[in-house]
Design a protein around this ligand. Structure first.
Ligand code: PGA
Length: 235
């Protein structure tokens, strides 16, 4: 089975509006060359999402949001709906990132996943352990919608932003635990992808790529530096 390998650039709030536009203008053509053979998903902050989606429209680059509302619409000040993300051309959306998790329950994260699926956006579910509670959104969504896909990014808290990555074996153990729970619910392996995130850099990328069942990386800080990001892809 030839599975795609994902490189997700989570730009968090590193760049301002103008900085994001300048970055894209400077590196778009080089990055879109790389995107012909690699699944590259750029996740800028909300204000530049539409610009990024328009700019990347005729390339193989994909665009993701960094979060969405658990509600479809209504009186929810400050929130962004999955429908809006879909209308501006988002293909993916991160949910449950550990920098957001304290704000939302697992039930709300599950609702976010459902809103995304209803709007044909593929959720990138972040978890920091393989507990049944954190995996529940994937179990619910993939059992309810067998033809849909989800990306599941395991990001240990101590690795995010530190560059300290766990031993491959410890990441593999988490992947096996995730696999086992999804298999138990008869969710086929083709429906989901297992990603690692937290401290991925060019120096760690080559050894990390040896992780059994790894389908890609969720990359924060290192994805904002073009050379570092492309060397992770080339590693
Ligand atoms: P990092 O962030 O690569 O800067 O550790 C990853 C993430 O938080 O998604």
């Amino acid at each position: 089975m030839n599975r795609p390998f994902f490189y997700i650039a989570n730009w968090k709030m590193y760049f301002s509006y103008q900085q994001t536009i300048s970055w894209l203008n400077e590196y778009l053509s080089d990055l879109s060359m790389l995107a012909k053979n690699n699944n590259i998903i750029l996740c800028p902050s909300y204000t530049t999402l539409e610009y990024a989606a328009q700019t990347c429209k005729n390339t193989h680059l994909l665009i993701g949001g960094q979060d969405c509302s658990s509600y479809a619409q209504g009186a929810h000040t400050g929130q962004i709906s999955a429908l809006s993300l879909s209308e501006i051309g988002c293909n993916y959306c991160i949910i449950g990132h550990s920098e957001q998790r304290s704000l939302f329950s697992n039930e709300e994260i599950e609702e976010k996943a459902l809103r995304l699926i209803e709007n044909n956006i593929i959720p990138i579910l972040c978890i920091n352990n393989s507990s049944p509670e954190q995996l529940q959104p994937a179990l619910t969504v993939l059992s309810r919608y067998p033809s849909k896909e989800m990306l599941i990014a395991y990001e240990p808290l101590e690795s995010i932003g530190t560059g300290i990555v766990p031993e491959n074996r410890s990441i593999e153990e988490q992947f096996y635990a995730i696999n086992a729970q999804l298999e138990h619910e008869n969710i086929p392996r083709e429906s989901y992808y297992l990603l690692y995130g937290g401290g991925v850099k060019k120096v760690s990328a080559t050894p990390l790529k040896l992780i059994d069942r790894l389908d890609g990386f969720l990359i924060g800080g290192a994805s904002t530096q073009f050379d570092e990001f492309t060397q992770i892809i080339d590693a």
